[in-house]
Design a protein around this ligand. Sequence first.
Ligand code: SF4
Length: 339
Amino acid sequence: MSAPPLLQVRNLQVQFVTRRAVLTAIDDVSLEIAPGEVLGVVGESGAGKSITGAAIIGLLEPPGRISGGEILLDGRRIDNLPASQMRQVRGREIGAIFQDPLTSLNPLYTVGRQITETIQTHLNLTPAQARTRAIDLLKSTGIPGAQARLDHYPHQFSGGMRQRVVIALALAAEPRLIIADEPTTALDVSIQAQIIALIRRLCREHGTAVMLVTHDMGVIAETADRVAVMYAGRLVEVGPVAQVIHHPQHPYTHGLMGSIPRVGAQRDRLEQIDGAMPRLNAIPTGCAFHPRCPRATSLCERRRPELMPAQQAQAACWLHDANSASHFPAHDAATGGQV
Ligand code: SF4
């Protein structure tokens, strides 16, 4: 990353505290996103990627709470802000795009009203200026007849067009960061590619940073600059998208990359690795992936690996630890080549 990071997540921990137990859903996650950069966060269902996004945007559902670490936006801590201040940050500085556009849109109001209200809440514009800006936003997201469409209600749009409206709404207050959680999963395959291209283009044009949460490596391959791979609430690999896709350094990433589907193809579970993501109350000791890992040793069961350099990426895997190399045969778990 060349520019200073816009978003810094440091040692984030999220716990769910219930009467029966304290469950750690996010465990010591650190990541950064630069202005204009798209960071893909990928993993199977239950890996913790959506919870990480929700923690950043201040929308963790109780009993979930941030129990450790800090989140900084442009150098300012936002994880400890009062709810009223966080509401200001959300919308003005961080926009959100969720899987189902209807969760972001009020069915009772025209899209024009919703976009102009957001604009006027956060930007110092007159009603006429806000309406002009709303039309421009709809145009920039590729909605035909933007001026007339402003007075339509959400149900009058198709699914793909509704998601474009949500993107316009997310961009309405010129946020510096967008959290997009499975933004294309609910859409038809042909529309998915258009929405991905749109998010990427708008971010480039506006210099907006994006955290793109998805289980779909095809979406990541086409959109992200860097990729963060999560497993059992932890980061297991982070690196440039081409490196992670073509030369994965963590055995879990290797399984995830087994067959990258085209954009739109659904794949909810790994095809190459037996077993399933552990439940929160049964996360294995040491490397959480060890029960599923073909390269696991007794060291992996005992000690948790931190992220360590692995080619141009970082991987949390003992295979890349020079000091423990003697525990492993000298070939790459992920690629079958030399480590
Ligand atoms: Fe597999 Fe061990 Fe690496 Fe974990 S640390 S991914 S169990 S080799």
